[in-house]
Design a protein around this ligand. Structure first.
Ligand SMILES: NC(=O)c1ccc[n+]([C@@H]2O[C@H](COP(=O)([O-])OP(=O)(O)OC[C@H]3O[C@@H](n4cnc5c(N)ncnc54)[C@H](OP(=O)(O)O)[C@@H]3O)[C@@H](O)[C@H]2O)c1
Length: 239
């Protein structure tokens, strides 16, 4: 796809992988609709991008937000070509210690909200005969580590939905991808008592910009080439 002038919606755009991807897609000349809860951060990032950008502050669990994001892309920029369904949180812990209410909130963000936007985006893209939907899973959407089961479960759910939508999309012109990052240097694990990079003894983490480049590579493939999964991980990550 020629990215210049195309339009992408990015959730979780105020930080980490969403921000890094926004910067890369802006460099490629895409117009952007950025969303997360922190309006000031979004506006600061948007002001630094050399492309047309609009920001919408909101909680991704707000049921009206998915349609609003697609409608904004179409009303403001005339199209919605890419949806990067990326916002997420990570709650882990032992059965003895894990915060159950936080786990349930995580399920709403990582599963319910991802499903809602994915389905709304699919309907829109199939009706116009093209587009790229990228759902952020994780390496933990493919395997489980001790104490990460609740989070991994949310990402397994994303994998299942993504694979189903990929099959449903065949023949429609729509492409669907699960992004499966390994450990990326973001704020996702800021609340952990010990950062996973220290537990796993990883010297150099993947950077958000690295993920942005991988996504750009995928989007730039010709129409007949789909990349349904992207696993990007630190060279040192053994699991
Ligand atoms: N970092 C990793 O190692 C890694 C590995 C595998 C997968 N992932 C996945 O990558 C995705 C992005 O995470 P990240 O690593 O970039 O973490 P991050 O730096 O913490 O970014 C998370 C983003 O999600 C947004 N967000 C969180 N809760 C939200 C809510 N209720 N409503 C709207 N937006 C919300 C945050 O924005 P606001 O706070 O402004 O709302 C922020 O922009 C997640 O799905 C995560 O599971 C990350």
């Amino acid at each position: 796809m020629e990215l210049k002038g195309k339009v992408a919606v990015i959730t979780g755009a105020s930080s980490g992988i969403g921000e890094g991807t926004a910067r890369e897609l802006a460099d490629a000349g895409m117009k952007l609709v950025l969303t997360s809860r922190r309006k000031q951060l979004l506006d600061k990032i948007a002001a630094q991008l050399d492309t047309e950008t609009t920001t919408i502050a909101g909680d991704i669990t707000d049921e009206s937000l998915p349609q609003k994001l697609i409608d904004t892309a179409v009303d403001k920029f005339g199209s919605c070509d890419v949806v990067f369904n990326n916002a997420g949180v990570m709650i882990v812990g032992s059965a003895e210690d894990i915060d159950l209410e936080a786990v349930c909130r995580m399920v709403r963000i990582n599963v319910e909200a991802v499903y809602r936007l994915a389905i709304v985006a699919m309907r829109h893209m199939v009706s116009k005969g093209g587009g790229y939907l990228i759902n952020t899973s994780s390496i933990l959407g493919t395997k489980v580590r001790q104490t990460t089961g609740a989070y991994a479960g949310t990402k397994y759910a994303v994998e299942a939905l993504t694979e189903d939508l990929r099959m449903q999309a065949a023949g429609t012109g729509v492409r669907v991808c699960a992004l499966e990052p390994g450990l990326v240097e973001t704020h996702l694990q800021d609340h952990f008592p010990v950062h996973p990079k220290d537990m796993l003894n990883i010297k150099a983490l993947v950077q958000p910009a690295d993920i942005g480049r991988a996504i750009r590579f995928m989007l730039e493939q010709p129409d007949h080439v789909a990349i349904p999964r992207i696993l990007v991980m630190p060279t040192d990550q053994g699991m």
